[in-house]
Design a protein around this ligand. Structure first.
Ligand SMILES: Cc1ncc(COP(=O)(O)O)c(CNc2cccc(C(=O)O)c2)c1O
Length: 459
């Protein structure tokens, strides 16, 4: 157990030694970090004893919910038996074999081969190297460019952040690396103008075709996208988008990659987001819900075509010390078994997902500066807008988002601001009563937000 300290002591030691990710350390240290100490179900407790509703499942990852002893039990027994051994040099171990076998069963047919990493970023970087190596083996050495979307998020390694379309990340570290291209995101609210969503979905998909033709199909290795863009603001493409993207990729022999790090393992009410949108990627990357965040693990699922190409290609010179780590593998296996055996994903699809989407729309559509209220399964969002009637966004996209997020946070409800999008992705085990509790708090926060917005002179 951790040594018992006061919040202030934890804050001071944290400020003295700990550099946080995606953080302005100086401003954090002026206000002090919030010290999360324990968790259960959909709830967190901080060091001041506040009970917090985790509307973000950690970072979109605690799908099974907090406090599942089945995962900590298997972690301890695996750690006692074989805490580590590698999967290099012609060795394997039962934990990674059983996980791989299980994963082949919960994925649609045709995804029989999986490569392990420690994170989503590493899964994306693995995919980048696989895709380029695949085309080399096919003798098409010029097919190296990968196309992503602006505001897409594919992690924070050099490859992942280059493929991602977050310009504020590209500015740090001289990114993107060569061989990366981006098209606009399928955000109907901003780009759809007077097109219907379905018409816009085809237009947005054609941006991919234009980019492929601009670069030259013989140079394009793959198109990569999140079924629903998560960190980019829960941008849910119209139903016509993905089937059209798939048709275009097949037409120019461009591999199609789904980044399922957020959408995977039940978030949309299907096991994987590509099943919800009705397309079949050649490869898909996962992490987060794979272990529900209890231990770090990522996985790249390789479809038959690419798997056979790689296997025929001899040595694939890539991998990590902890690829297929025994304890992470064991925890992931039990996590997936619980998701499957407790029918959690079916319940998201048929019960709690529809309920959340109905209550989410009822709760937020009523507010004057909220529009584009949207969601699928248990991932949902709305956009804070200056003028609904004109679909007009705020000029400094992001300021009011943070204002709104801070009101939730000070009322012990965690939701996320992605620019002026407010997003939520709670644990998949959230009950209808907990959905009502969460949205009751949120509604009161939004009343406060609307008042604060009027006082701010921004509207
Ligand atoms: C689609 C996608 N792909 C890759 C990654 C990278 O995974 P790792 O972080 O495990 O390397 C992600 C991660 N997504 C992510 C990570 C951290 C914060 C937030 C946020 O929206 O606040 C989102 C992601 O959402």
């Amino acid at each position: 157990q951790n040594q018992q300290r006061t919040t202030e002591q934890w804050r001071q030691l944290d400020a003295a030694h700990h550099l946080h990710p995606f953080t302005d350390t100086q401003s954090l240290n002026q206000q002090g970090a919030r010290v999360m100490t324990r968790s259960e179900g959909i709830y967190l407790w901080d060091s001041e004893g506040n009970k917090i509703i985790d509307g973000m499942a950690g970072l979109w990852c605690v799908n099974i919910g907090y406090g599942r002893k089945e995962l900590s039990d298997v972690a301890k027994s695996q750690m006692d038996e074989l805490p580590f051994y590698n999967t290099f040099f012609k060795t394997t171990h039962p934990a990674v074999v059983e996980l791989s076998h299980l994963l082949a069963q919960v994925t649609p047919a045709g995804y029989e081969h999986v490569f392990y990493t420690n994170s989503g970023s590493e899964a994306v970087d693995t995919m980048i190297r696989m895709v380029r190596h695949y085309w080399d083996v096919q003798g098409k050495k010029d097919k190296k460019t990968l196309i992503g979307r602006w505001n897409g998020y594919h992690g924070s390694t050099i490859g992942g952040s280059s493929l991602g379309g977050m310009k504020y990340m590209h500015e740090q570290g001289d990114l993107p690396i060569p061989g990366m291209a981006h098209v606009e995101q399928p955000w109907w609210y901003k780009y759809g103008k007077d097109l219907s969503p379905d018409e816009f979905g085809v237009v947005a998909a054609r941006w991919v075709e234009e980019k492929i033709l601009e670069i030259g199909p013989e140079k394009v290795a793959a198109f990569v996208g999140e079924p629903i863009q998560g960190a980019g603001g829960v941008i849910i493409p119209p139903a016509t988008y993905w089937p059209e993207v798939e048709r275009i990729c097949r037409k120019y022999d461009v591999l199609l990659v789904a980044d399922e790090v957020i959408c995977g393992f039940g978030r949309t009410g299907e096991w994987f987001g590509f099943e919800h949108f009705g397309f079949r990627p050649d490869i898909f990357t996962t992490a987060k819900g794979l272990s529900s965040g209890y231990l770090p693990i990522g996985a790249v699922f390789v479809g038959e075509r690419v798997a056979q190409g790689l296997i025929a290609g001899g040595d694939f010179n890539h991998g990590f010390t902890y690829s297929g780590h025994p304890v992470a593998s064991a925890v992931a296996r039990v996590n997936i078994e619980l998701l499957r055996d407790e029918g959690i994903i079916d319940r998201v699809k048929n019960e709690t997902g529809p309920y959340m989407q109905k209550r989410w729309r009822e709760t937020f559509s009523q507010f004057e500066h909220v529009d584009d209220v949207r969601g699928v399964g248990l991932i949902q969002a709305f956009t804070l807008v200056k003028d609904k009637s004109k679909r007009e966004l705020f000029p400094e996209f992001g300021d009011v988002g943070l204002m709104c997020r801070d009101i939730f946070f000070s009322n012990n409800l965690i939701m996320r601001a992605c620019g002026d999008h407010i997003v939520s992705a709670p644990p998949l085990v959230i009950s209808k009563a907990e959905i009502d509790e969460m949205l009751g708090v949120a509604a009161r926060c939004m009343e406060t937000f609307e008042r604060k917005l009027k006082d701010s002179g921004l509207v």
